[in-house]
Design a protein around this ligand. Sequence first.
Ligand SMILES: [Zn+2]
Length: 436
Amino acid sequence: MKRFGLLLFLLLTSIAANAGSLQINGVRLWAAPDSTRVVFDITGQVEHKLFTLDGPDRLVVDLKHASISKALVSQLKSSGVVKGLRSGTRNKDDLRLVLDLSGPVKPKSFVLKPNDQYGHRLVIDLFGVGKAKKSEPKTIKVVKPTVLRDLVIAVDAGHGGEDPGARGRNGVREKDVVLGIARKLKTLIDKEPGMKAVLVRNGDYYVGLRKRIDKARKHRADLFISIHADAFRDRRVRGSSVYVLSRRGASSEMARWLAARENAADLVGGVSLDDKDDLLAEVLLDLAQTATLETSTGVASRVLAQLKRLGKVHKRQVQHAGFVVLKSPDIPSILVETAFISNPSEESRLRSRKHQQKVANAIFKGVRNYFVSNPPAGTRLAKRSSPRRHVVRRGDTLSHIARRYGVSMTSLRNRNRLKGDRLLVGNMLTIPSKGG
Ligand SMILES: [Zn+2]
């Protein structure tokens, strides 16, 4: 008996000694507006515990049988809520890390197994507390003020932070180029009278897929655009594609809302589904969803038409898929795969600011063309009478348009800085006022 105990003791200490070799060999910080993610690269799977302290605010992380080099600790620059990192040894071979914080947080932690980019990781999310706003109580407005609103577009740069997305042979990362395009697109939208853009992600951090949709809804977005860059094992594959939600994706989503019916009222214009029977609830949801999908497809085809001018498209038709970010039942949503980052020439184009601007221009034109022709009620676009706009259709000529609006061809040319009489389908012309 005694002998067995000793054996067990020896066995345990040898496991401990083995585990003692765990080394932290990397630390990354990703600051999002409402949270900060801290990622530790570790040479193996680690056991950990964490707790917070206040006055001053700190997060303490205890790691079993682990160590970290002083150099790595001092390298960490402050970011988000994290001001600094300190380390110490406990129980001979355990590690205690202390993160100095600029305010109180709610921490959440989990470990990740190795993937093709990283090894074992410990991820700690620090959610800010105290600043969180309570959602407004819902009230039904009887009298609606007739103030016209801006059309709101949620621009979503895919991936971010610990999730780099696709990566090109020469190291161009999807998360970086799509953020570049998203920011340029926002600038274009904000310059357009009657339109306003919201960036779903505005930095190098990750936002959960459902959270991206929530953010768009919080801003009452009229459209959600997710921007990505594709990758494929065949490096020759190239070109852009535009996606909307597939019918199958839509019906699986329907099942989800029906399951959580009390949350679904917002989706069908504030009608509570709680007291409706299954069939009626389904019909109401289906109506909302069908209208949303129609708008999504309309916008997607206008955007695709503009991208076709920019270069080769991968798919000439609007594609359908069950991507989570497309699943808003009430917000028309499209996903643009701008190019194949796995194709070397498209990779280098994506890296160039000039090309990013061109892609942003194309998406912008497509979106604007759709909403100028189909402005949602209550928006400034719906009431915009002067200056009038005309989106060029197949078969239009300058003289036709001039006659239709009762203006001269010269004023039309001057107002739009046209050199000749050639018109491009999908371009938007500003119609000069009749006097000038
Ligand atoms: Zn992507």
